[in-house]
Ligand binder design. Sequence first.
Ligand SMILES: Cc1ncc(COP(=O)(O)O)c(C=O)c1O
Length: 435
Amino acid sequence: MEHDTSLSAQLYKRALEVLPGGVSRNTVLRKPHPLYADHASGCRVTDVEGVERIDFANNMASLIHGHARPEIVRAVSEQLGRGTAFTFATEIEIRFAEHMVARNADFDRLRFVNSGTEAVMGSLKAARAFTGRSKIAKIEGAYHGLYDYAEISQTSKPENWGTRERPSGVPVAYGTPAGVIADVVVIPFNDPDRSITILDEHKGQLACVLLDLMPHRVGLNPATSEFVSALREWTEDDGSLLVLDEVITFRSEYGGAQEWYGAIPDLTAMGKAIGGGFPVGAIAGRAEIMDVMNPLADPVLFPHSGTFSANPITMTAGLTAMELFDRTAVKRVNLLARRAVTGIEQAIKDTGATACVTGGGSMFRVHMKERPPTDYREAYVTPDESRRLNLLLDHLFAAGFMMINTCSGTTSTAMGEEEVDALIEAMAEGLTRIG
Ligand SMILES: Cc1ncc(COP(=O)(O)O)c(C=O)c1O
């Protein structure tokens, strides 16, 4: 960085003076410095150096239409001139809620918030208010945003994760209250037998089981039907709720990845893609549960507000984006991701590299492992895998491709087979180099 005269290096020096670590979100960090964006259009982002790259990161899976989709730009621009936030409700909020409720027969009621973190937090608080219980259960290693309870075990390591029979509740942030750790039950992904044995020890105490149907950090594998059914049956019998975190996976099907399963959740947390490029979150589910937020009730079990919740800019962008993300568009981005998986698998075979691919819907993840990992412990990246993964990511970056830093990719409606095939080719070159 010392002798780096690039504009990004200069900007990062300034950033380090005012932002801890020079960034507001750790996800954009790169060595030796983050890249700074200048502009983007469709599936291509241009940095301040003038270098253009094809975007498979899509702002951490949140941009289902890529960048600056004209219909969204037009609708938001018009709304900008009419005001961005009022101490009034707006009709666009109702229209967007009507659209989202119509996408999934199990969404009776819905509330908008400003992020996925907030949607998960609100869902857990709603589950507590509804059941009168304080504990929650979650999957080892799953990322659900920054809420204390949802964070537990997200970064567990071999030295502190305990046994498979009893995964430890490991806090992420220093200073996490002991009471939070005590109130979180950690269960292994796609392991119904061990999970049910653990859950049985907390019968009558859990507000909910929180589940991401294809957790990214747990390996980006879809949950098995057997696992989802086991959790659904157990929670129903226990009087606790099944809360799905579809912040990422909602993009997988028209009504969310839950369409892959017969089991119906009680609540669903959403975010990312449904905001059309703007900060968003939403909680949806059964009317009697969502009613804990009903301000007309007496008492109100879970008073819920947010200064920018349902602001008309996000509502306009989100409604426009979701209307454009119709069943045909969903199918198309999923087929593109399938093409990427098949092509990368072939590249791995052809090059003889030690690597594999997982994924589902419009997402995929490349692991530097011989066999696809099935849970967090198998997906855990060893130091040698991390070294090889970073070489591959650097190669892709230099070849003009942006990926999520776990070497995960997402497709968008702004790309076609040409861009996917170009990624596969670059991936084959990179795998040949690193072996
Ligand atoms: C599955 C999942 N849940 C929740 C969140 C938190 O969303 P946000 O970053 O909008 O707070 C994320 C973010 O990556 C996520 O992937």
